[in-house]
Design a protein around this ligand. Structure first.
Ligand code: ASP
Length: 439
């Protein structure tokens, strides 16, 4: 039997009307038998996600403020859905348990997870599917670290006997039954884990856009939808800020070569974006798949004559960062210079002490820090150099008068990383997009 794991995000399950669309989508293909659900998200721009309401209840409980109002707001969101769909669900009983647990001992992850817990039960009743509580089959250790091996076994065992099921997204539990969540947006990860554990044929991730755009649509309003891209390309783009899928949701499906299809619940006929290990011949139309970027970066430049003669210099420098638990985005080495790119927000916390350590340990000839940098990734597996794509990008930026502060391309040729000043970031994205489109 073919198996498609279908994950529906918060906007796809935000109201009774959206639940109806979801049911229609599932009914269109009998292989859509394993469903992963998020908590109700926003119905309109100013709306509040149920997960945020639940977190507010938690914050209030910790601060010993009244929790009645926000718990009622949570209840009302679910009540509206069950009433409109005519579902017989013991909502008040469930809310009572949540309230009692909150009053006994407020626990952030437990509270945050209750949106998925309730919504998935409601969806299961509406579809006539079995509800599966991930507290039994998404395994964490007591420190809240995800345990892949245990999960694969537990999930496969939980789902094997079931023809159809709805698994709540976003959370799991440790051996003592304590709830742990993934980071925000983590139901995407649950969907990928379910696909991995059941060796599904396809993982469909249903959201409110028809796939990944080749550039941020807030900057390039007419950006095309990417039809196909590789797991590696997607991971890079999502790390660099393209927000169509949680960054950690790629790996579980990718380990089994399961294609991931991003689809739009509001436009179910759109093909969306297909993410695969290797793009089939004829489907790769552009040498560069997409462009994305992140601002708020700092560049740290360390110069010392003869750096290149002492292999230990870079190691000592990186050690200083490691000792401060400070991750860096890129490390570029040249003759007598090492350049590090780092998030300004993280760097600022330890800046003075860290610079002092560099001065005393390495005694550089020059030590400079520049803030206000954006890093842009031009992504396209192995192809950024064929068709002279890199050269075209760099010369277009130069022609547009955009200064290139740093540039970096690893031997894997997955992406070209370019640092520009933040105030030229949008211009740079527009310029690169035009090159990508062959204009
Ligand atoms: N409901 C959670 C959040 O808002 C998880 C998710 O939607 O994937 O982040």
């Amino acid at each position: 039997m073919d198996t498609i794991v279908v994950k529906f995000g918060g906007t796809s399950l935000a109201s009774a009307e959206q639940f109806r669309k979801v049911k229609n989508i599932i009914a269109m293909n009998p292989a859509r038998r394993l469903v992963v659900a998020s908590a109700p998200g926003k119905r309109f721009a100013e709306d509040i996600k149920v997960t945020d309401l639940l977190l507010e209840c938690y914050e209030n409980a910790v601060a010993k403020k009244p929790v009645g109002e926000c718990l009622t707001a949570v209840r009302d969101r679910f009540y509206e859905i069950i009433k409109e769909l005519g579902i017989d669900f013991p909502l008040d009983h469930e809310m009572d348990i949540i309230r009692r647990n909150l009053m006994k001992k407020p626990d952030r992850d437990y509270m945050a997870s209750r949106g998925e817990y309730l919504n998935s039960q409601i969806l299961a009743l509406y579809l006539g599917y079995t509800f599966v509580d991930p507290a039994w089959c998404v395994c964490f250790d007591e420190n809240g670290n995800y345990d892949e091996g245990m999960t694969k076994r537990a999930m496969a065992a939980a789902l094997h006997p079931l023809k159809t099921a709805v698994v709540a997204g976003f959370y799991g539990a440790d051996e003592a039954g304590v709830i742990h969540t993934f980071s925000r947006g983590g139901s995407d990860i649950t969907g990928s884990i379910v696909a991995q554990a059941t060796e599904a044929d396809l993982y469909e991730n249903w959201t409110d856009v028809s796939g990944l755009k080749a550039a941020d649509p807030r900057i390039v309003s007419h950006a095309r939808t990417v039809e196909y891209l590789s797991y590696r390309e997607l991971r890079t783009l999502s790390y660099m800020g393209a927000s169509v899928l949680h960054t950690d949701a790629v790996l579980p499906a990718a380990t089994q070569d399961i294609p991931i299809n991003i689809r739009n619940t509001n436009e179910p006929d759109d093909a969306g974006t297909m993410i695969v290990r290797k793009i089939p011949k004829g489907k790769k139309k552009y040498p560069m798949v997409g462009v994305a970027g992140r601002s708020g970066m700092s560049v740290i430049q360390v110069e010392k004559v003869m750096v290149s003669d002492g292999a230990g210099f870079s190691a000592l420098l990186l050690d200083i960062f490691k000792n401060h638990n400070l991750p860096f985005e890129q490390c570029l080495t040249g003759i007598d210079t090492v350049t590090l790119i780092i998030q300004t927000e993280l760097f600022d916390e330890v800046k003075e002490q860290l610079l002092e350590e560099i001065r005393t340990t390495l005694q550089p000839d020059y030590l400079g820090v520049f803030n206000g940098i954006s890093v842009i990734a031009v992504v396209g597996e192995k192809d950024t150099e064929s068709n002279n794509a890199n050269v075209k990008v760099l010369s277009a930026l130069t022609d547009a008068g955009i200064e290139i502060i740093t540039m970096n391309q690893g031997a894997g040729k997955l992406n070209l990383l370019i640092g520009v000043l933040e105030d030229r970031y949008q211009d740079a994205i527009k310029t690169i997009y035009q090159v990508m489109e062959g204009r």
